[in-house]
Design a protein around this ligand. Sequence first.
Ligand code: MV4
Length: 446
Amino acid sequence: MFDKVLIANRGEIALRIQRACREIGIATVAVHSTADADAMHVRLADESVCIGPPPAAESYLNIPRLLAACEITGADAIHPGYGFLSENARFAEILEEHGITFIGPTSEHIRVMGDKIEAKETAKRLGIPVVPGSDGAITNEAQAQRVAKQMGFPVLVKAAAGGGGRGMKVARSAEELDIAIKTARSEAKAAFGDDSVYLEKYLSKPRHIEIQVFGDGKGNAIHLGERDCSLQRRHQKVWEEAPSPALNAEQRKSIGSTVARAMQKLKYRGAGTVEFLYEDGEFFFIEMNTRLQVEHPVTEMITGLDLVIEQIRIASGAPLSLTQDEVTLSGHAIECRINAENARTFMPSPGTITYWHPPGGLGVRVDSGVYQGYRIPPFYDSLIGKLIVHGKNRNECLMRLKRCLSEFVIDGIETTIPLFVDLVQQPDIANGIYDIHWLEKFLQKP
Ligand code: MV4
C-alpha cells in the first residue's frame, strides 16, 4: 500500500479523496493554486504545496509542477479526482515513466476511450450495444448520405474528439446533412484540433443511464448498478439518482452483466463509467469515462462501498474487495449538485459564504469543501457541494430530500438550492418520468 498520496485536484473531491486516504492510513499531500490557499482541502491535508497562480493551466493542469510536488514530498501515487488531468493519457503515461502510481486506468485505456470512434468500436467488439451509425469516421459526403439514408433521418453528426456535447449537430433531412457535417467539423477543429466526425441515428427522447464498473486490470471486473443522470442543463448534470426509476431488476442485471463481461475482456483497471442512452427499453453505448465521477456518492449510498478506497486499493495491486455476488443494491439515493450560481439564470455567484448550515440526520450526506467565512474564488467550476440523500425506497428518499432542502442555509452567495426546491415539487420528478430534455424544457417555462 502507498505511504503518501498526492491529490491533484481541489474543492469537494480533494477533500473526499483525503478522507479515504486517512481512513486507510495513507498520508496526504494537497496541491493548490494561490487562489486556494484558504481551501479546506489544504487546511486538512498532512502537507500542502502551492503549485502556481489561479489559472488551472499554470497550477492544477501543470504536469511539471505536480511532478516537482511529488518529488519534494515523496508521494508515491497521485489521485487525479475528476476533471483537470483525470482523463489525460499523457499524464498517466508520464507518471508511469516516473515510477509514480496513477490512481486510475492504464494510459492506453484512457487513450482508447478518449477517442469516441475508437471507444465505440471497442465497445461493439466487446459485446456492448451501440447506437447504429457510420462505423467509424465519415470520409466523404456521399458515404455520409448513404449511411444516413440507410438508418433514416434524423441523424446526429458527432466529433470523434468530442464529449460533453461539443461539436454535435442534428441533421433532419438529406438537405441538412452536408451543412451539419461542415459545421460539426469546423467546431471540432476549433475545439479539439481534430476534425474527424461520425454519424449516429438520433435518439429523440432518451434517458442518460450509466453503469459504474470496477476492474482489477487482470481480467476480473464487476458492476455496481446504474445511475440515472438524465436531468442535465447544457450537458452539466444537475441531479443524479440510483437506481434509475426507468429500469427493473431484470434489465439492470442484463445490462450490468454485459458491461462487466466487457470490462473483463478489456482487462480494465480501476473505476469506470459506461454511459448509455436508454430509449424504448433499449440501451445504446455512447461513451466511457475512465475516472471517478462527481455523482459516485449515489452508488456508494446504495452499495455501502467506498469507491475511492476501492480505487486506491486496486491501484496498489490489491484484488477487487468483493465479487459480483457480494454486491447488494439497497434503497434509493439522489444527489443534488449545489452550485454557486443563480438558480434561474445559472450566472456564477462567487463571493464569501457568510452563513453555512448544512442539513443532517439519517441517510444524509453533504460533500463539500466550503465553510462559513470561505470566499469562493471566481476561477474555477461553480460546484460548491453535493447533497446526497438515501432512503429505503424512492419515496422515502424524496421526502428526506425535501426536508434537507428546507434545512440547508447558505448565505452570502446565490446557489442552485431553490431550483431543487422547485424540482421536488414537480409531478414528473416525483414519478420519475423524465428524459434528457426534461430539465431544459422545464427551465424554459415562465
Ligand atoms: C446522442 C443524443 C441522441 N442521439 N446521441 C450529448 C453529449 C454526449 N455525451 C452524447 N450526447 C447525446 N448523444 C444520439 N445518437 C443526445 C445526446 C444528448 C444528451 C445525452 C446525454 C445527456 C444529455 C444530453 C443532452 C442533449 C443531447
